[in-house]
Ligand binder design. Structure first.
Ligand SMILES: O=P(O)(O)OP(=O)(O)OP(=O)(O)OC[C@H]1O[C@@H](n2cnc3c(O)ncnc32)[C@H](O)[C@@H]1O
Ligand SMILES: [Mg+2]
Length: 209
């Protein structure tokens, strides 16, 4: 049995787009959320070799500093033709300026080098690894994934990061062209579309239901 999450929880991210999505995904779940920024928490170095390891580093660091349960998300986009890159390096491809226009161009340049112009050569997936850590050391972990294809040029100004070039399978609009409600695709209208919404549905079933 997973441990239940109640009361106040820290959202352990320093990414504004991700923070907004995590607040939206937690809002209907009856918890009070406070962000790492509001608590002035330090940003730990992401030294893990996997999404799950990095999520755990961020959640444990925030739980210890704040003495509250903390939820972290480590996520990224994996491109099949680039052997899974940028993967856990997705944030780092934005550089110190966090320039995801440039990061998307780098992905596109990699695809062109491989002559990948057909949709089936442009397969990619987003991963969201979530970790809830409690101050006593207990953790619960979840992972969500969404598959799609990369489009060029990028489309839409909604969302963040690589959203404008990601077209989820079965849809005609990129994440950059969707409202956040559509990107989440939450019940009752959807069953969870984005990697993050899918991971949060598992979290809810285990730790909130
Ligand atoms: O570590 P925190 O503080 O949470 O913030 P971050 O931006 O560094 O987050 P990550 O280390 O998890 O890096 C994930 C990167 O992958 C990209 N990414 C993750 N989820 C995404 C999404 O839903 N849409 C678009 N890009 C996403 C985005 O560029 C993120 O910066
Ligand atoms: Mg990060």
């Amino acid at each position: 049995m997973a441990r239940k999450l109640t009361g106040t929880v820290v959202i352990a991210t320093h990414n504004k787009g991700k923070l907004r999505e995590m607040q939206e995904l937690l809002a209907p779940r009856g918890l009070t959320a406070v962000s790492a920024g509001e608590l002035n928490l330090p940003e730990p170095e992401e030294t893990g070799a996997t999404f799950a390891e990095n999520a755990r580093i961020k959640a444990e660091s925030a739980a210890k500093s704040a003495n509250l349960p903390a939820i972290a998300d480590d996520s990224g986009i994996c491109v099949e033709a680039l052997d899974g890159a940028p993967g856990i390096y997705s944030a780092r491809w934005g550089g110190p300026e966090k320039d995801f226009g440039a990061a998307m161009q780098k992905v596109e340049a990699g695809l062109r080098e491989r002559d990948a112009f057909e949709p089936d050569q442009r397969h990619a997936w987003f991963i969201s690894a979530l970790c809830i850590a409690w101050p006593d050391g207990h953790v619960e972990e979840f992972e969500g994934r969404v598959d799609g294809a990369l489009v060029w040029p990028p489309r839409g100004t909604a969302g963040f990061g690589y959203d404008p070039m990601f077209l989820p399978d079965g849809h005609e609009r990129t994440f950059g062209e969707m409202t956040s409600e559509e990107k989440h695709g939450l019940p009752p209208r959807g069953l969870g579309l984005s990697h993050r919404a899918r991971a949060f549905i598992m979290l809810e079933q285990a730790c909130l239901a």
